[in-house]
Ligand binder design. Sequence first.
Ligand code: IPM
Ligand code: MN
Length: 368
Amino acid sequence: MKKRIVLLPGDGIGKEVMESAKEVLTAIAEEYNHTFSFETHEIGGAAIDLYGTPLPDPTVEACKQADAVLLGAVGGPKWDQNLSHLRPERGLLGIRKALDLYANLRPIKGFKNLLHASPLKEEVVAGSDLLIVRELTGGIYFGTPSERRENGQVVVDTLSYTRYEIERIVDKAFQAARSRRGRLASVDKANVLESSKVWREVVEEKKAQYPDVEVEHVLVDAAAMKLITNPSHFDVIVTENMFGDILSDEASVLTGSLGMLPSASLNESGVGLYEPVHGSAPDIAGKGIANPTAMILSAALMLRYSFELEEEAKLIENAVQSALDSGYHTADLQVPNGRLVGTKVMTRLIVDYIKTQNASKCIASCYY
Ligand code: IPM
Ligand code: MN
């Protein structure tokens, strides 16, 4: 298989973890005879420094031509005082919109031997395995006009959705629920917001098409509570952009391993942008200690969702699991009697597993 992959390392640890993902993908390409070509472009603060804008045109053009995009992270204190259109985050929002990446999938599943690091009791968090399907290109993030009026005495942000935007994300979530445990929680604020009432109507209309999926409506405040009192209640959660932003940060710490969570953002043609859930962690950038696994697992999601390479995706996930099972971990994780390693060693362990597993599979099949 031949694929063009655009790499957007961005800022902070984004650059370091992107190197790791590239090494892992190179190993996969060698093992399975794929040709992955990589092209690196700037986004976020790095792009502001070089080109005076967080999302330069060549970056957008390259992403539009690509089969998939991997993104590290954007942002850092250096650009915190910038005017809003010159903030690194604008680059991320801009590329989501430019590629129409409306479906943000954030799977949250704990690694068994890291559950002790969860802020929740192990027995509460054990067994939780959920997928947040967040609408990513509408809602209050992209409402117009968003502005200060009357000398700053009035501020306006608007939350707007078309029915079509709601329908396509709800469909995506039903399909995801169908391929998992068949349960969908639609999260809204229908007791207050008009957009949520329409959201609820759409879910009710759609559910006839998915009789095998069990649906419930949960108000967002109750959902926030339930996520920490009974996280294993949830299978798939579907929600609008900002609710999804907030709930996914809440959910991401449940597992005690924020540094390990990947995400996928997809458009209607299956082109996707894949990025870790964590940010650019400027405090540890450049020290070689960042956890590369969220980025590496994002590359695995890319193989699965954009290229339909399930076996290769699984091999990467098993490689990460195996490194953890052997007690290896980066500084963000506390593992009793563990073996603390840096970004490069963690990456090498994962790459080595990929190479040896594949080799042993070949030997076995040649022998029998
Ligand atoms: C995320 C981030 C972004 C968002 C920021 C960086 C604009 O928090 O991907 O969840 O709010 O969508
Ligand atoms: Mn967020």
